[in-house]
Design a protein around this ligand. Structure first.
Ligand code: AMP
Ligand code: FE
Ligand code: FE
Ligand code: ZN
Length: 292
């Protein structure tokens, strides 16, 4: 079984529609696909319907934006009740912060002599429910200012670069509490990638584990072999599920091909078990994973 539990569609900053993403997953030989758009459940229905057509498994999720000690941290939420009012309003507030940030980024760019309009960003974000810097990056590429998203981030959009603007994000413990209450299971995304490595120390991860964290995304391109070994040991000590995933963004992110990192079948079963236990405890009508 090849299981990839972290991917993005055009509902956030991926480039494939949910249905096209599922077809690409089937073509890549995946047996189970997790859809985890940033801060939205918008792609679930389309992806599930296509997964049933293609005969591959589907796990609905989201990658929730958090902030800890001023640093961006991502939490993967699997199988929560999408009608949970508290969780929905939390995601809505995060998405509002995403929208509100764009005009400020455009002002910064303007002061650097780069003229982009909200319409330029609307043209690249199209169907997205959740707007992100990658859409601004795509607009910079379309206008000829950068060759690809990476260059746009490196020159202007990454933290510390001249057009970087921060946005609202809650703390991971708060998000995790909501996810658990909504009957879902939480997994820390790429915990030792980019900047999150500085704030997600062993003791912080230990505290999150005590508070109901289900797993760690260990196998991810942001982690080298030494980091993966370290995280595997930590997961064992804390009784956390180990996942692996591509973090695929379609054509939007180099290298992260579907299935480039995968989740072990036994670990996947444990993750579903954790979600089931949380669903039972919360008494919520959580979505069933589609497993052919
Ligand atoms: P945002 O969600 O607006 O905070 O933007 C973060 C997203 O930008 C991440 O989820 C990645 O998809 C993308 N991203 C971050 N850094 C880079 C980079 N250097 N090159 C390409 N995409 C990036
Ligand atoms: Fe992304
Ligand atoms: Fe992420
Ligand atoms: Zn991601």
């Amino acid at each position: 079984m090849r299981i990839d539990l972290h991917t993005h569609s055009s509902c956030s900053d991926g480039t494939d529609s949910p249905a096209a993403l599922v077809r690409a997953a089937a073509a890549a030989g995946l047996d189970v696909l997790g859809l985890t758009d940033h801060d939205t459940f918008a792609g679930w229905d389309e992806a599930r319907a296509e997964a049933e057509q293609c005969g591959i498994g589907f796990v609905p999720g989201a990658e929730v934006s958090c902030r800890l000690a001023g640093t961006s941290v991502h939490l993967l939420a699997y199988l929560p009740d999408p009608t949970d009012a508290e969780l929905s309003s939390m995601l809505e507030r995060i998405r509002e912060g995403r929208n509100a940030r764009v005009p400020h980024i455009l002002e910064r760019l303007k002061s650097l002599g780069i003229e982009l309009t909200p319409e330029d960003v609307a043209a690249t974000s199209r169907a997205a429910t959740s707007l992100g810097r990658p859409h601004v990056a795509d607009a910079l590429v379309a206008a000829g200012y950068a060759a690809d998203r990476r260059e746009a981030f490196d020159r202007w959009l990454s933290e510390g670069k001249p057009a970087y603007v921060t946005r609202y994000a809650p703390e991971p413990a708060e998000v995790m509490g909501r996810v658990v209450a909504a009957g879902g299971a939480s997994v820390l995304a790429h915990p030792r990638g980019r900047r999150s490595r500085y704030v997600l120390t062993d003791s912080v991860i230990g505290e999150l584990a005590d508070a109901g964290l289900a797993g760690l995304e260990v196998d991810h391109l942001d982690h080298d072999d030494a980091v993966r070994q370290e995280l595997r040991g930590l997961a064992r000590d804390l009784d956390l599920v180990v996942t692996g995933s591509s973090d695929h963004h379609g054509a939007g992110k180099n290298d992260h091909d579907l299935g480039c990192c995968t989740t072990d079948e036994g670990e996947f079963a444990r993750l579903l078990e954790r979600a089931r236990a949380n669903a039972e405890r919360s008494g919520r009508a959580t979505p069933e994973p589609f497993l052919p």
